[in-house]
Write a protein that binds this ligand. Structure first.
Ligand code: F6R
Length: 242
C-alpha cells in the first residue's frame, strides 16, 4: 500500500483526477468505480475540469457505483444513483447507459445484489475504485465486523454512520437504515484501489486502516491485502500516522 500525504483536499482531488485521466489515456473505456459522500467531490470537480479542458477524453469511460440506499424511491435526490448522475455522469457529458449500479428499489434485494456482482464481472471488472472511509473505518458500507471476503449484499448502517450522513437529509429519521454495498471481497477485485481521506475526523480510522493489524473491526484495513492500493490523505487525516 502506498500512502501519499497532500496539503489539502483540493490537492488530493487533483492528484487522483490525474491518475484517473492517465488510466483513460491508456484504456479509454476503463470502468471507474465511484464513491459518494463529501470526500470525493474535489476529485470529480478536478476530473470534470480536465475533460472540459480536453486534457483527457472521457467519452468512452464507464462508471459504476459502490453502494446504494435501500428503499429510497427512484429519482430521490439523495439516492446514490441520483448523486452519481449529478456529480459524475452528467458533468462528464456521459449518458446514463455508461453507468451501472445496484437497484436499491428491487423487490428481491438479495437477487439485485447478486445481479450487481455479476454485472461488474460482465463489464470486465473495475479498473480503478475510488473509496472514502467512514469515521468507524468502513469502506463502501461495510461496517465494522463485515467479512473481509464479503460480496455485494444488504447491510444495516450503524447509528454513527446514519448520524454522519444525516447532513444530506432533513433529519436523521429520513436516513435509510439499510444499504446495498459492494462487499469487501468485491472491492478487493478492482485492479487499483484509491482511498481519499480528508479532515481530522478521519485521522483515527486512517491510522488503524494503514498501520493497525488487518481486522474485520476496521474494514478499510483490507486494503493491506491489495497489491495496488493507494491511500491519499491530507495533513489532518494523516495526523495520527506514526
Ligand atoms: C459512500 C461510501 C462511504 C463514504 C464514507 C465517507 O459511497 O462508500 O464509505 O465514502 O462514509 O463519507 P464522507 O466522504 O461523506 O465522509
Amino acid at each position: 500500500m502506498e500512502v501519499v500525504i497532500v496539503p489539502d483536499s483540493a490537492a488530493g482531488g487533483e492528484l487522483i483526477a490525474e491518475a484517473m485521466a492517465n488510466l483513460l489515456r491508456r484504456k479509454p473505456d476503463a470502468l471507474l468505480g465511484v464513491a459518494t459522500g463529501s470526500t470525493p467531490l474535489p476529485i470529480y470537480e478536478a476530473f470534470a475540469a480536465k475533460v472540459r479542458a480536453a486534457a483527457v477524453d472521457a467519452s468512452q469511460a464507464r462508471i459504476c457505483q459502490l453502494d446504494e440506499y435501500v428503499g429510497l424511491p427512484s429519482g430521490h435526490p439523495e439516492s446514490y444513483r441520483s448523486v452519481v448522475l449529478r456529480e459524475v455522469v452528467e458533468p462528464l457529458g456521459l449518458s446514463e447507459s455508461s453507468f451501472i449500479g445496484p437497484d436499491g428499489t428491487a423487490d428481491d434485494i438479495a437477487a439485485a445484489c447478486e445481479e450487481y456482482d455479476q454485472a461488474l464481472v460482465a463489464a470486465g471488472g473495475v479498473d480503478l475504485q475510488l473509496l472514502g472511509i467512514g469515521t468507524d473505518g468502513h469502506i463502501g458500507f461495510n461496517e465494522p465486523c463485515s467479512s473481509l471476503a464479503s460480496r455485494t449484499r444488504i447491510k444495516t448502517l450503524t447509528q454513527q454512520t446514519r448520524k454522519d450522513n444525516a447532513r444530506f437529509f432533513d433529519s436523521i429519521d429520513d436516513v435509510p437504515h439499510h444499504v446495498i454495498t459492494q462487499g469487501i471481497g468485491t472491492i478487493l477485485e478492482a485492479r487499483h484501489l484509491v482511498l481519499l481521506a480528508t479532515g481530522e475526523a478521519k485521522a483515527d480510522a486512517v491510522a488503524l486502516a494503514v498501520e493497525g493489524p488487518l481486522s474485520a473491526l476496521v474494514p478499510a484495513s483490507a486494503l493491506q491485502l491489495h497489491p495496488h492500493a493507494t491511500v491519499v490523505v491530507d495533513e489532518a487525516a494523516a495526523s495520527q500516522l506514526k
